[in-house]
Design a protein around this ligand. Sequence first.
Ligand code: TYM
Length: 329
Amino acid sequence: MKRMLSGIKPTGRVTLGNYIGAIRPFVSYQDEYEMFIFVANLHSMTIYQQPAELRKNTKDLIALYIAAGLDPNKVTLFLQSDVLEHAQLGWYLGCLASMGELSRMTQYKDKVAKGEVIGAGIFNYPSLMNADILMYDPDYVPVGEDQKQHVELCRDIAERFNSRYSETFKIPEPLVAKVGGRIMDLQNPTKKMSKSEETSKGCIYILDDINVSKKKIKSAVTDSESYVHFDPINKPGISNLLEIYSTLTNRTIEDIEQQYVGKGYGEFKNDLAEIVGSELEKIQTRYKEITTGSYLDDILEAGAQKARFVARKKLAKVERKIGITIKKR
Ligand code: TYM
């Protein structure tokens, strides 16, 4: 079985973008791949998190993974902070990355451009992410479009390590869905839907009240025409809604366009609002069932054990190769 690995940061509430770009694809791969899926709580520390909120968001994210359909018996689900080896490998890999490479990462550049005061964690962010990935030798890393650049840097660093110290890491491939890899803000469809923007009208949260989520779809910005057609440059709003429709129904965009020939945006949006509402309702019902009791703690403990087993072996191998371990085998 080929292996996949991915993670999500527990910052803010989980969005429809996270669901369509990441969680839903994870669920669809779980029967075909050996999967490691984690909560990137160390990465969330790069921006201040109110401790009680961080705890809640972490718990919610694990619960939502499962509520969305990830089966803990098939997938190794864990918290990044439970596997200490990530931070250690992150240090070694950080020493292999150049300042130039790290400062070219869009996520870092955007923060600098906004003139925000940024911690060193944001700059070093990709090295920890490289460790998350390379630790497990995945064949694929399923992510949304915005994370592709990070996975590409990870490939470069893995190649650098392998050529300096001999073959150690598998070179991972980013896997970005053609449709749904970049869900846009409903009020500003030229901007990515993002959990860090608390402009909640343009962003649907998985735990939003169902009626609120429907309203957000119905009031999504479109254009002055009235035919449902996919054209991201000239009709970014409708194109974004078409991507949401297509991924949630597993239908092609062409097929959906056909269905709405001669019908206006109102009918299209009403139907999509129902589709989104019923998808969220399914997830929320299951979420309520699993957030009671100690079910999640048990899953995290079992997941951490499985992940640590792989991580310890890998880190020991790395440390032998680079000369940190002085004992002969
Ligand atoms: P994060 O938490 O920002 O996002 C989690 C996943 O959701 C995807 N995503 C989207 N996809 C489509 N449309 C959107 N609007 C949208 N918004 C977010 C992201 O692309 C991502 O796949 N650095 C990562 C977390 C991470 C990680 C890793 C991922 C840490 N280590 C190792 C993969 C492998 C992040 O901040 O994702």
